[in-house]
Design a protein around this ligand. Structure first.
Ligand code: SF4
Length: 347
């Protein structure tokens, strides 16, 4: 097992990408990078990481920031619950750990939004503690190399891979081992067309030698995708509009949006006229524009959205949790990517 780790580390020393969060052992920066990279690829995540570090130099700065501001910085990354948890955990660090990032695995894991993977990543990268990371890249690499067919999304698979990864770690070099195993999964043992000819494990790789690379790793469940129909009503009067804040336990909690009418199926002009009349108890309004249909994909949902621009007397409208804002100031509000896409299309 030590030999396995050594091969990995030698490969890593010669091939690792130079990334800002690898040049530090500051747990705060490592934590930020890990949460951001759960959302996105390195190239897309980098500007977000830089923005967060620039705006919030310490955990205390992040804790003090208003949540709306944090969500605005996060805009475009999706999975906004992670940004909310980041903010909550920063406050937890200030309140429970007097502003000092905890330095034991169990304490790190007690922070909001930190699971096994992130706790192991921070523990090893920041404090060189021997906790093995298992992310999607590690599952793929290990299942192919060892020929493991246990589904990675079931509890048996999770346990089996976690135990194997822990056995493989060299307790003398946990940080580098973990970086290396994730990097080889990301850069060499890629989901499709892995670079087997550049892989230092090729000679003894089960999947390579048995021609089953594309069959591994195995997943048991198919993600159920829910289809939703959103109708955004952009009430307008004198270059002003109405925004509401999403409060319910649903996607995009805490973000701002135009008043939303969700329907069971796609709407047409007549239906939306009726819906607006009923939902907002108004009779005097005029639909002046309809944007083309937008299709927006989330991991578990497909959203079909329409945007209806409606001329109305804004002051007569009664919509909960809403505010009247200038159309020029919409960029000051954290909004779902779907709406950002629509607004960009209108420019
Ligand atoms: Fe992955 Fe190919 Fe290396 Fe096997 S030989 S571990 S399939 S990159």
């Amino acid at each position: 097992m030590l030999q396995f780790s050594k091969i990995l580390r030698v490969w890593y020393s010669n091939n690792a990408r130079i990334l800002p969060w690898r040049q530090t052992n500051d747990p705060y920066k490592i934590w930020l990078s890990e949460i951001i990279l759960q959302q996105t690829r390195v190239e897309q995540g980098m500007p977000y990481y830089n923005k967060f570090i620039e705006n919030y130099k310490t955990v205390a700065d992040l804790a003090e920031a208003p949540l709306d501001e944090v969500l605005l910085l996060w805009q475009g990354l999706g999975y906004y619950s992670r940004a909310r948890n980041l903010h909550k955990a920063a406050n937890q660090i200030v309140e429970v750990f007097s502003g000092k990032f905890p330095d034991s695995h169990d304490q790190i894991k007690s922070l909001v939004g930190i699971g096994d993977y992130t706790a192991a990543a921070i523990s090893s990268f920041a404090y060189n503690l021997p906790y093995a990371v298992v992310d999607g890249n590690v599952y793929r690499f290990l299942s192919r190399y060892f020929g493991i067919t246990t589904p990675i999304d079931g509890s048996a698979g999770k346990k089996e891979f976690a135990e194997l990864a822990q056995k493989l770690i060299d307790p003398e070099h946990p940080a580098m081992h973990n970086q290396a195993i994730m990097e080889i999964g990301a850069m060499v043992c890629k989901p499709s067309n892995p670079n087997c000819n550049e892989c230092p494990f090729q000679a003894s790789c089960f999947a390579f030698n048995n021609g089953v690379i594309n069959d591994l790793p195995v997943k048991s469940k198919k993600t159920k995708v829910r289809t939703r129909y959103f109708n955004y009503v952009i009430f307008q009067e004198n270059e002003h509009t109405l925004l509401t804040q999403r409060r319910e336990k649903d996607i995009w909690q805490g973000l701002f949006e135009f008043p939303l009418i969700e329907t069971e199926s796609e709407t047409d002009l007549e239906m939306i006229n009726q819906e607006i009349r009923n939902r907002f108890s108004i009779s005097k309004f005029e639909i002046i524009h309809t944007a083309k249909n937008f299709k927006h994909l989330l991991s578990h949902q497909t959203i079909y959205a329409k945007f209806w621009v409606v001329k109305v007397n804004l002051k007569k409208l009664k919509v909960n949790d809403s505010k009247i804002v200038s159309l020029d100031n919409l960029n000051l509000f954290a909004m779902p990517q779907l709406i950002a896409k629509y607004l960009k299309n209108q420019q």
